[in-house]
Ligand binder design. Sequence first.
Ligand code: FNR
Length: 388
Amino acid sequence: MTRRFGDFQNEIYGDGLRGQLPRYPVDIDTLERKAAEALPSWIWSYVAGGCGDEHTQRANVTAFGKWGLVPRMGNGAQVRDLSVELFGMTLPSPVFLAPIGVMGICTADFHGDLTVARAAERTGVPVVQSTLAMDPVEVTGAIHEQTPGLFQLYTPTDRELAVSFIQRAERAGYKAIVVTMDTWVPGWRPRDLNTANFPQLRGWCLANYFSDERFRAMLGRDPQDDPVGAIQLWSRVFGESVTWDDLGWMREATRLPIVVKGICHGDDVRRAIDAGADGIYCSNHGGRQANGGLPALDSLPEVVAAAEGRPVLFDSGVRSGTDVVKALALGATAVGLGRSYVYAAATGGEDGLVHHLRSVLAEADLLMAIDGYPRIADLTRDAIRCVL
Ligand code: FNR
């Protein structure tokens, strides 16, 4: 499956010849600055901030600088094929959108999950839809026709509710369940603590809970009639500390592939696989959960080795097409954007997000062209060297 992602630059230069500059920035620094201006400060600080002094969050980004790609010549990279296979699906590119539990409130209409689903449809870049959303899975899932969606589960303490979420996502057409293991309790986030700001505790992004029959039965009334009680119930049921044994009942609840997110150690990969996981998601939650850790990129080779050929999704610190290619060369099957795409959607809505995704894909495609790696499979460990 070849798509000429790199041709996006011809479009941009061509528009320029007609006197039209890009409506949205191509580089991440401008995007970030514009998002800071566009978002209300309480949403901006929640998105941009992380755990502790944010050392891990910064290290995730700078870790990419430790690695350098090796250009190879003469192997006919005029046509590239960036497609990947994931759980029986053929995706046009290895890029996906990581789950963002406040995405719903990051666009001006407060329906950011729908914005992202539509941009995913337009670009072929799949989204992992968070449990935390302004619109329920039945609505977000209905948007996915050409581009598959995956569903991220924050496992509630009530098992019946957890099963309900999994099965609603499956019925809504989602193609995999991504179980986040590192967030049964929020990390220590000074920016949010200084402003006593936790959006879900103010009732945002809880549509999947408030629309759920089991949740409503637990509450005993309509959440609209008792918003405070509904939020209090949410805070009680939100976070189960998932163990490997839990993958057993999840496996029974669905036919979908199960991916575990937040994995950074080879032994955890082996345990996850023994417990029935179909895929591994190497991530440290963008440094939002635990500070003082390794950059997620440094864990990727160990995770890939332990996965022994099973799919490994990766995120944390990815800011560009170049970062995507480096993570692929270190063994990732697919690479997730996080904050970068939130900034794009906050700045330019659906069109701004499409522009960002096309930019990331174009950069990756052109890099592979110039460095002489026509297919993802050509990006082996020989393609990348540690430069520090
Ligand atoms: C997240 N992340 C996240 N992860 C998850 O499994 N479920 C979720 O609901 C959320 N919510 C969320 C909100 C915000 C504002 C951010 C920034 C992140 C983590 C996310 O999926 C991903 O792991 C990180 O965003 C990757 O790091 P970078 O690239 O954004 O720095």
